[in-house]
Design a binder for this molecule. Structure first.
Ligand code: 5MM
Length: 345
């Protein structure tokens, strides 16, 4: 890789994890956004999806707390209601546009309870197009499920290798890859089981990243937190989640990676903030920045408040700004439950 390309990748990666800011994952595919909209009574059409994302992107003052936003293929081609491309709206607001480039996780052949992510075909051409459309970073999500006899080694390897191939393609195109191996919260597993599976997945992912010559200083990692399964009888408290997560990352993520941007993975919005806050409060001098790249934990309240009605835009933007501010505070361990009421008021 040319030195100037690497320098540009490193600069973008560092900007995405700059202090007090984080990333909005707004890259829901049609199926996912349809499900989320339906739950709050919004019909999913090209226009409602555009209006909703425009509402988020035009929230005043977001660049103070938002460094980047991950878009879906449809959104990167859409114009705002005033005719400006949504990508320009983000850029003018001081937010870096990124793009999800995976083709979704599908059932693994002969092991249907596990998933493999597709989308490597024609990736080189697609990345060129996304770069021309204004994207500066990319994202690929792999899904690992904990259950009886799973994950299998075949599943972990296949996903880790695809993540590495994606990351290599992305850097070749001058785009910062966000590598997202998500160990799902679904299930009755203990926090210890989540720790083991997460560490295994991270180790194999970084093994393949190395084999594919990916420059670690020009990428970001988007992992799950180490947490009890959603249906586990015993739920680990905040400090334990924070400690187990950081200890796992210290053993699985090389120091050359500039930042770790967590997914929220089905945690409540306040839980996701509290966990990130505890990690940043409890640990000093970590080799990487600890930040967020949440979808649900940032959007839950604004989406519900908006409900597809233009008269709700201001209130929804207030809810969005509030959640961003809480997570921005968590970047330095300065968040507290009391701030929820103060800021909301
Ligand atoms: C918004 O959800 C993203 C896309 O998922 P689909 O391809 O299934 O529609 C997803 O990649 C997202 O970026 C991460 O999972 C983080 O989202 P959460 O809600 O876990 O913070």
């Amino acid at each position: 890789m040319e030195f100037s390309t690497l320098e540009r990748l490193e600069e973008t990666a560092l900007e995405l994890v700059s202090p007090g800011r984080g990333i909005l994952a707004a890259d829901e595919s049609h199926g996912t956004i349809g499900k989320r909209f339906k739950a709050v009574g919004i019909e999913s059409t090209e226009e409602t999806r555009r209006d909703y994302r425009e509402m988020l992107f035009t929230t005043e003052g977001i660049s103070e707390v938002l460094s980047g936003s991950i878009l879906f293929d449809e959104t990167i081609r859409q114009d705002a209601s005033d005719g400006r491309p949504l990508v320009e709206v983000l850029k003018e607001a001081g937010v870096i546009p990124g793009i999800k480039v995976d083709g979704g996780a599908v059932a693994m052949p002969l092991s249907p309870d596990e998933k493999v992510t597709q989308g490597l075909d024609r990736l080189r051409e697609r990345l060129q197009e996304y770069s021309d459309l204004g994207a500066r970073f990319t994202k690929w999500r792999a899904v690992i499920t904990i259950g009886p006899d799973i994950p299998t080694s075949a599943c972990v390897e296949a996903n880790a290798q695809s993540l590495a191939r994606f990351a290599a393609h992305s850097q070749e195109a001058g785009l910062v890859p966000i590598v997202e191996p998500e160990v799902l919260i679904d299930g009755e597993h203990t926090i210890e089981e989540c720790y083991e599976t997460t560490l295994w997945t991270l180790n194999r992912t970084f093994h393949h990243l190395y084999e594919h010559n990916v420059e670690l200083s020009g990428m970001l990692l988007k992992p799950n937190m180490v947490i009890s399964g959603k249906d586990a009888e015993e739920q680990a408290p905040v400090e334990e989640v924070a400690a187990m997560t950081v200890e796992c990352l210290l053993r699985g993520v090389p120091a050359a990676v500039p930042g770790i941007v967590f997914l929220s993975g089905g945690q409540s919005d306040k839980q996701a903030t509290a966990h990130l806050n505890a990690m940043n409060r409890m640990y000093e001098g970590l080799p990487w920045e600890l930040s967020f790249s949440y979808a649900r934990a940032l959007q839950e309240r604004p989406m519900e408040t908006w409900a597809g009605k233009s008269e709700n835009v201001e209130a929804a933007q207030r809810a969005f700004r509030h959640r961003l501010k809480m997570n921005a505070a968590a970047r330095s361990g300065g968040y507290s439950e009391e701030m929820e009421d103060e800021s909301a008021a």
